[in-house]
Design a protein. Sequence first.
Length: 441
Amino acid sequence: MADQELATPKLSTSSALAQSVSAATAPVSYARPLTIVTALFFMWGFLTCLNDILVPHLKSIFDLSYTRVMLIQFSFFSAYFLFSLPWSRFVNRIGYQRTMVVGLLIMACGSFLFLPASSAASFPLFLAALLILATGINGLQVAANPYVDLLGKPETASSRLDLTQAFNSLGTTIAPKIGGLLILSAAPLAVAQLNLLAPQNLQAYRVQQAASVRLPYTVIGVALIILAILIGVSKLPRIETSVSGAGDRVDDSVWKHPNLLLGAIGVFTYVGAEVSVGSFLVNYFASPEIANLSARTAAGFVSFYWAGSMIGRFLGAPLLRRTKPRSMLAICAVVAAGLVSTSMASDGRAAMWSILAVGLFNSIMFPTIFSLGVAELGPLTGNGSGILNMAIVGGAVLPLIQGAIADRIGIHHAFFVPVICYLYILFYALSGSKPNSERYA
């Protein structure tokens, strides 16, 4: 990786931001831009969570191992590592609003690529579509997360991000139910039955099964284009990307802020844990020792996992204004680790509901880690945002690791990977998140 002179947006301090969006004498209202940007959080949450339905669907169609099917998440979340810095350069050139529009259009292209992928029943083409889709989502996140973080008082940044993330969770809550109804509508053949099919019949079967993704992703593609037009014609406050506030250190560096660097590892572990749990739930609930559910029924229960995250974020937004974000993060990490451990140590409905309850305590983790990570960065906030967005690649790496482990020891006990992640987040909450002003006071 390059030096800290990353080509990421150099954001102004909060005072400079206020001057850039309104006259000094006029009251500043951010309700309208926050509402518009919140719609983007909803959309990318919906699309990201549809992967949890694609995993069991494509696994059955192509008869994939857990390791190979996790290439779905690997392809999707690799985009964050590959394109966060290029997107940040893009923000510097054209600004936040236009970046959001371009990101939405790229997402639409990725959605429409599902049509030829399903017609050819090509797993590599599905992976390419997911990579393009995630590239557009990455552009939205590089622009939207710091945009929300700076639209208001610094001390309430965690609360604002938590509230917008709540609508992201609304998308993730709806997606499994809709995806289960539309994509998992037909019962797949068993592996033994697939092995009896002639090559031509097998390909025809795969094309027939894959066709269920065409309608939802076509509708999504059209919706993304409409949303891009709406964002393009909206008047959003402009955030200056190259202005430093008075008194900001000109010799500062992102590498001199441990809270940012350790926060990047926190984002890596959080996203990896959240995606690892969500990706395996349908297959986990289909296991005889857990619930022995059909894939379609199990997909409906996945909504409870994401609904817990949504509820937690709506509750967390006011709580984060009254309590210390670090304390909340520590409590949630401890409980999440305990719930996953309980699920591994039990079976039946106890294992099922304990793993679903993890979503409630995932809720405030990302916005809190993000806000703690960019604390006291000043004009380096954009640089920090780029690094934190790159760390979302944890959603590509850790599910793949858990898939390889599941192929060897079984899906039930492979969940120790998220437990390790939550223990690291506990460390970050208690120690790693302290900014330099506290470390060297």
